[in-house]
Every structure is written in C-alpha cells, then in structure tokens.
Design a protein around this ligand. Structure first.
Ligand SMILES: Cc1cc2nc3c(=O)[nH]c(=O)nc-3n(C[C@H](O)[C@H](O)[C@H](O)COP(=O)(O)O)c2cc1C
Length: 250
C-alpha cells in the first residue's frame, strides 16, 4: 500500500482553518474587484505552501473576459482579473489528483481571508499566459476576488447516494468525513464520488474517468472531515483510489 503525500502535509492549524471555511465556500462568479495587495501577498505564500509533489500554483492577472469561457446555465465570471493557475506535471505520480488537493487548499485559504473563489475548467488557454515546463499542463484556473454575491443554496446528492452502505452505521469520524466530501465542489456539480467503509478504512473512489481534480478535492475534504482521529491516507494497490485508514481500533 502506497502512502499518500497528503499525510502530515497540512498543519493542524491549517486543517482547522480549512474546516471552518468549508461551509462558507460557494462558487462565486460575480466580484466587486480583485484581492488587495496584502491578500495577493498571502495568496502567493498559500500557493507555494499548498503545492504537493508535481503541482505548481501561479497567481496571475488577466481581464475576466479574456480568461473565462461563457457556459450555459451558469453566469459568466466577472469583476476580477486575479486568478490562480493550477498546474500539474504529468511525469510525477498522482500529480493530477494532487492538483485537486492543492487547488482546493488554496481556495479554502482564500475563503478564510474573506475572498470569493471559483474553480474554472472552461478557461481560454491564451488568457492564462504562463510559461510551462515540459510535461506541465494547466488543469484549471481559480477565480479570486472580493465577492459581489452570496452564492446560491448548496445543491448536493443525499449522503446515501454517494455511500456504499448506510453511513448512519459508520464511526462518527467516517460519517463526518463523508459529509465533508458531500460539501465539496465538483465540475458541473456531478459529485462523482463513491465512499465505502469497512475494517477501520474509509475508501473514496470516483465513478467517472478523468475526474482527477474532483478526486483530489474530495480527498482533502475527506481528510478535513475526519478531524482529529489518528489516521493515514494511502493509495490502493495500482489504482488511484484513496483509503483513509483510522488507527483507532487497529
Ligand atoms: C474541477 C472543477 C471545474 C469547474 N469548472 C467550472 C467552470 O468552468 N465554470 C464555472 O462557472 N464553474 C465551474 N466549476 C464550479 C462548479 O460548477 C461548482 O463547484 C458546482 O456547481 C458546485 O457548486 P458550489 O461550488 O457553489 O458548491 C468547476 C468546479 C470544479 C471542481
């Protein structure tokens, strides 16, 4: 079983800050302006601090109309020129999933600062003018700014729809971890996660190919929701499926 780089990567204080930000986070598409200079400085630090192996996060600046594609059903992103480019080096194992973890960590740091954010996969590559190394790819960008909207109600599947067995019978840490995954953002709000619990291990997988970012985002939420329970996070043999193994009864 291969250990995941997420183990011990974020400090207890960071995990606590992220957990408090989870219920406050919504995708924000209307902004009153860009973050101020102090917030940009803090975001630069958070971008470096959050980057797991194979990930680089760059804070950039481009007018919104040159960066974001217009999507049906959701409003255009307007009112801020600041964004973070989430870059993965595809030569590094798990880098695409790490990009989801690191990008979501940056988002939760930004929310803790009072900023609005939105993951954006539908961006114009010409607008994100960032030099890349061989093997690197911009997986998504994240809009960053002063929110000008509250964000709508959270539309989510029921817990029973994403859990293999009735989570009411799981230990509290596993139930809380699953509930925290349920709050996570996902592309087109597909929520492609599956969770199952057996023998002290909560196993997270996705039902959709190519959902690397969604998987990474959910892994961070799973870790945050598990709270102070001593646990390790590992990859299943030969597959990109994450297990969070609590050490309570082992
Ligand atoms: C990987 C990823 C890509 C996304 N791409 C876009 C996008 O291109 N445009 C957009 O408006 N929202 C995008 N979103 C935001 C989702 O639509 C949003 O997270 C989802 O509807 C749930 O809503 P919430 O974030 O307010 O909880 C993306 C989210 C994720 C995780």
């Amino acid at each position: 079983m291969e250990l995941c780089a997420l183990n011990g990567f974020f400090s207890p204080a960071q995990r606590q800050r992220f957990l408090l930000a989870v219920p406050r986070r919504r995708s924000v598409r209307q902004y009153r302006g860009a973050p101020d200079a102090g917030q940009i400085g803090a975001l630069h630090y958070a971008a470096v601090r959050s980057a797991l192996p194979g990930v680089r996060i760059v804070i950039g600046e481009t007018p919104a109309d040159q960066l974001y594609r217009k999507l049906p059903f959701v409003g255009a992103i307007q009112g801020t020129s600041r964004y973070a480019a989430v870059i993965a080096d595809e030569n590094v194992p798990h880098a695409a999933i790490h990009a989801g973890i690191s990008g979501e960590a940056l988002i939760l740091e930004a929310v803790a600062m009072g900023l609005g954010t939105c993951w954006v996969a539908a961006f114009k590559r010409s607008g994100a003018d960032i030099p890349l190394q061989p093997g690197e790819k911009i997986k998504a960008v994240i809009a960053l700014g002063v929110p000008n909207e509250q964000g709508g109600p959270r539309k989510r599947k029921k817990l029973s729809e994403i859990c293999g067995t009735d989570p009411a019978g799981w230990p509290l840490w596993a139930y809380n971890a699953a509930e925290c995954v349920r709050c996570a953002p996902s592309a087109v709000n597909l929520q492609p996660w599956r969770l199952s619990y057996a023998w002290h291990a909560l196993v997270l997988s996705t039902a959709r190919a190519g959902a690397d970012l969604d998987m990474g985002i959910a892994m961070l939420h799973m870790l945050l929701g598990a709270g102070d329970e001593p646990f390790i996070m590992c990859w299943e043999e030969g597959k990109e499926i994450a297990s969070l193994v609590a050490e309570d009864g082992i």
